[in-house]
Design a binder for this molecule. Structure first.
Ligand code: MN
Ligand code: MN
Ligand code: MN
Length: 292
């Protein structure tokens, strides 16, 4: 399928809202995307699709094409890796069940952190950490903030140093699924799995090639090649990796909050020539007429 890359297209396939750790609600996010002339946006909140319905309603108002998205955490050789899922069916039953199981695992982890910190005698620690997380599953930073509020530590750095950091009582490992499992969730929901921000894992070039090869063997189809504020050296390396593994190329800002000009909606390095853009394989193809 050959589709000319239209100069008026502005495609951002990685960003976050308040449904996970972003600062803007889905409605505010779409308003900002419109202000930045984004034409096609994937909202990819961490391990949840809860923001998609609101985002879809706002996207329709701004005439932006919203592509269903998510960013899933998983393990590869005991490291946490992020996989973006794009253009899947958010209502797919197995996909929903997998997300619900993830959610239960994260609550179990929060309860265990709470249990391990009982001796600090912070009243209602879990409840307050949950409130701090906006009513969703609290992670260690939320526990840390409540500990500061309660005066058991001076600041969050001290909370991590004494109680939550590596090897401390509150350092409960997250139960992330293995990489092939997460890729399979996305595939069976009809989506495309993208290896997110490959340069952020601080892997050597050799390890990153191994990760990418394992990802492709597991059924992964795309690599996030272009991001915000990226060096041209990284871009060249990722292009080479993408070609070598015969993967599609994706792009996204990973926008979380306003005020960081190096990471802004739609502000993405131009994708190198010679790569096959992932959006050519979407059901709603940018550059084609959007289905009525
Ligand atoms: Mn995040
Ligand atoms: Mn990420
Ligand atoms: Mn992200």
């Amino acid at each position: 399928m050959t589709i000319p890359q239209h100069p008026a297209l502005c495609i951002d396939l990685h960003c976050h809202s308040t449904a996970s750790d972003g600062a803007l609600t889905p409605t505010e996010l779409l308003q900002r995307a419109a202000d930045k002339n984004v034409t096609h946006l994937a909202l990819t909140d961490h391990d949840t699709v809860n923001g998609l319905a609101e985002a879809q309603a706002a996207a329709a108002e701004h005439n932006i094409v919203l592509i269903p998205g998510i960013e899933l955490s998983c393990l590869w050789r005991s490291r946490t890796i992020h996989i973006v899922g794009l253009d899947f069916d958010p209502d797919n039953r197995e996909f929903r069940a997998a997300l619900a199981q993830q959610h239960r695992n994260r609550w179990a982890r929060a309860a265990m952190i709470d249990e391990r910190l009982k001796k600090l005698a912070v009243p209602d620690l879990l409840e307050r950490a949950t409130a701090n997380a906006g009513g969703d599953v609290p992670g260690r930073p939320h526990f840390a903030r409540v500990m500061v509020e309660s005066g058991v530590v001076r600041n969050t750095a001290q909370a991590f140093k004494r109680y939550l950091g590596a090897g401390k009582p509150g350092d409960v490992k997250a139960y992330w699924p293995e990489l092939p499992e997460v890729v399979q969730w996305i595939n069976q929901a009809g989506g495309i799995a993208v290896l997110a921000h490959p340069r952020k894992y601080r892997l050597t070039a050799t390890k990153l090639r191994e990760l990418t090869a394992d990802f492709r063997r597991a059924g992964g189809r795309a690599l996030e090649v272009s991001t915000s504020g990226q060096s041209s050296g990284d871009l060249g390396f990722l292009k080479e990796l993408c070609v070598r593994e015969k993967l599609l190329a994706s792009q996204g800002s990973d926008f979380h909050f306003p005020g960081a000009p190096w990471c802004e909606l739609g502000n993405i390095m131009k994708m190198p020539d010679g790569l096959e853009p992932v959006w050519h394989h979407f059901r709603q193809v940018p550059g084609n007429h959007a289905p009525a």
